[in-house]
Design a binder for this molecule. Structure first.
Ligand code: NAP
Length: 422
C-alpha cells in the first residue's frame, strides 16, 4: 500500500504468516523505530551489529531490508501525531518489527504508547528472556543460575482499562450493582474507585500455548504457571487451572505435571517430557532469588508478569540489558525494555544491550539462529574483556569504559574470533 511518510524498501520482500507459520524470505523487510531520547544512539549501534552478524553468518546470502517507522516524539515531528494510523498499518504489513523506547506525553489523557501498541495489534504475549552473561555485574552470588523466559499475558487482567474513578456516577453504579444485586461487601462504598480484572479461558490458553510451544522448540525442561490463585480464585486460580488443562489437551504427549513427576517417575524427569508446575506469585519472587535454577519457562498473568520480569532482570544486570518482545499470532514487535533516559540523549553513552538482545530475539523469531548466536557469543567475549558502557563500568573493577558506538565496534570485531576459535 502507499504510505505518506514511510516507504517499503524495494530491495526487500515481505514476511508472511500463513497457516500458523512465518514465511521468511532471504531479504526480509523488518520495521524499526529509533525511538526517543537515547533511542537513536542504541538503534544506530544495534543496527550495525545485527547487519554485521547476518552478513558474517550467511556470507551475504541473507540481508535485512530495514524500514524506518515512527511513533512517540519522532512521529509527532513527522506527522503531528504520537501514534499515527500509518504506523499501525505498516506494522501489520511488515509483520515483524523492533522499537527503541518511546516518550509517552504526561497528562492530557494519553494512554501509554506501548500499551496502545500491544492492544491495537493484539500482541498478547510479552516475552522476556532473562539470563546472565559472564562478568556482567549482578547482586546475586550465583547469577549464572538465572536462565528463564517469562511469558506475560499482555491484554487482560487489571490492564484492560475497565476502571471507574472514585466519586463518579459510574463508580457508584457499579458499586450499587455489586452490593444490591450480587451481595458484595465494601469496606467503604463512599468515594471508592473500582477496577475490573478479567481473565478468560481464551486469553489464558493462547498465552500458555505459546509458552509450552517455546519450551518444546528450545528444549526447555519446565513451564511454571505463576498466579495468585489462593486469593483470587476465579481469575488467577482459573489461569492456573486453564494452564494445566491446555497442557493436557494440546501437549499431553510431551508434558507431565509436577505431581506425575513424583507419583509416576520418582522425581526423575523422563527424557522428552516437559514438566508443568505452578507457584504462587509471592513465593516465586523468593524462589527466583534463592533457587532460580529450578525455573525455566514461566507463564503468568499481566500484573504478576510486569513485576516479576523487572525483578528477575535486576538479578542479572538490570534494565540496560533485559530484552523483550510482544508477540501475537505472527505479528511481533520486539523492544528495549527500559525508557528513553532523556538525560543521556545524543551522548553516545548508554548500554545498547536491551535493544541489541531484543534484536537477537527477533532474529531467533524469524529463524536466523546462527546470526543470533553469533551476537550472543561476541557480546559475551566483549564483556569478558571488560569493555563496557558506563553503567557496567561503574560496577566492574578494571573495566574499560567505552561509548555506545565503540561498544558496537568491539562486538563486531569479536565476531570473527568467536566464529573461528584458535
Ligand atoms: P528510563 O528511561 O528507563 O531511565 C531510568 C534510568 O535507568 C536511567 O537514568 C539510567 O540510570 C538507567 N538506564 C535506562 N536505560 C539505560 C541504558 N540503555 N543503559 C544504561 N542505563 C540505562 O526510565 P524513566 O526515566 O522512568 O523514563 C523516561 C521516559 O521513558 C518516560 O517518558 C517514560 O514514559 C519512558 N518509558 C518508555 C518505555 C518504553 O518505551 N518501552 C519504558 C519505560 C519508560 P542511571 O541514571 O543510573 O544512569
Amino acid at each position: 500500500m502507499a504510505y505518506q511518510h514511510v516507504t517499503l524498501p524495494k530491495d526487500g520482500e515481505k514476511i508472511r504468516y500463513e497457516n500458523g507459520k512465518l514465511i521468511v524470505p532471504d531479504h526480509p523487510i523488518l520495521g524499526y523505530f529509533e525511538g526517543d531520547g537515547i533511542g537513536p544512539d542504541i538503534t544506530r549501534a544495534s543496527l550495525r551489529i545485527w547487519d554485521a552478524a547476518v552478513e558474517k553468518a550467511y556470507g551475504g546470502q541473507r540481508k535485512v531490508a530495514w524500514m524506518q517507522l515512527y511513533a512517540g516524539e519522532q512521529a509527532y515531528n513527522v506527522y503531528g501525531d504520537y501514534f499515527p494510523k500509518e504506523t499501525l498499518e505498516a506494522l501489520r504489513e511488515v509483520v515483524v518489527s523492533i522499537k527503541g523506547p518511546l516518550t509517552t506525553p504526561v497528562g492530557g489523557g494519553f494512554r501509554s504508547l506501548n500499551v496502545a501498541l500491544r492492544l491495537e495489534l493484539d500482541l498478547y504475549a510479552c516475552v522476556r528472556p532473562v539470563r546472565h552473561y559472564p562478568n556482567v555485574p549482578s547482586p546475586l552470588r550465583e547469577p549464572d543460575k538465572v536462565d528463564v523466559v517469562i511469558f506475560r499475558e499482555n491484554t487482560e487482567d487489571v490492564y484492560s482499562g475497565i476502571e471507574y474513578k472514585a466519586g463518579t456516577p459510574e463508580a457508584q453504579k457499579v458499586i450499587d450493582f455489586l452490593q444490591k444485586e450480587m451481595g458484595a461487601k465494601f469496606l467503604s462504598d463512599v468515594n471508592c474507585g473500582v477496577g475490573i480484572k478479567p481473565i478468560s479461558e481464551f486469553g489464558t490458553k493462547r498465552l500458555v500455548r505459546k509458552a509450552i510451544q517455546y519450551a518444546i522448540d528450545y528444549d526447555r525442561k519446565s513451564v511454571t504457571f505463576v498466579h495468585k490463585g489462593n486469593i483470587q480464585k476465579f481469575t488467577e486460580g482459573a489461569f492456573r487451572n486453564w494452564g494445566y488443562e491446555l497442557g493436557k489437551e494440546e501437549f499431553g504427549d510431551v508434558t507431565i505435571t509436577e505431581d506425575e513427576l513424583w507419583s509416576q517417575y520418582g522425581g526423575k524427569q523422563p527424557a522428552g517430557k516437559i514438566v508443568l508446575k505452578d507457584r504462587i506469585a509471592d513465593i516465586m519472587f523468593q524462589m527466583m532469588l534463592l533457587r532460580p535454577d529450578e525455573f525455566d519457562v514461566i507463564a503468568t498473568s499481566n500484573l504478576n508478569g510486569d513485576y516479576l520480569s523487572d525483578a528477575i532482570a535486576a538479578e542479572v544486570g538490570g534494565v540496560g540489558i533485559a530484552p523483550g518482545g510482544n508477540i501475537g499470532d505472527g505479528l511481533a514487535v520486539f523492544e528495549a525494555t527500559h525508557g528513553t533516559a532523556p538525560k543521556y540523549t545524543n551522548q553516545d553513552k548508554v548500554n545498547p544491550g536491551s535493544l541489541l538482545f531484543s534484536g537477537v530475539m527477533m532474529l531467533e523469531y524469524i529463524g536466523w539462529r546462527e546470526a543470533a548466536n553469533l551476537i550472543t557469543a561476541a557480546y559475551t567475549e566483549t564483556v569478558k574483556d571488560k569493555i563496557v558502557t558506563y553503567d557496567f563500568a561503574r560496577q566492574m573493577a578494571g573495566a574499560t569504559e567505552v561509548r555506545t558506538s565503540e561498544f558496537a565496534t568491539a562486538i563486531i570485531e569479536r565476531m570473527d574470533r568467536v566464529r573461528q576459535p584458535a
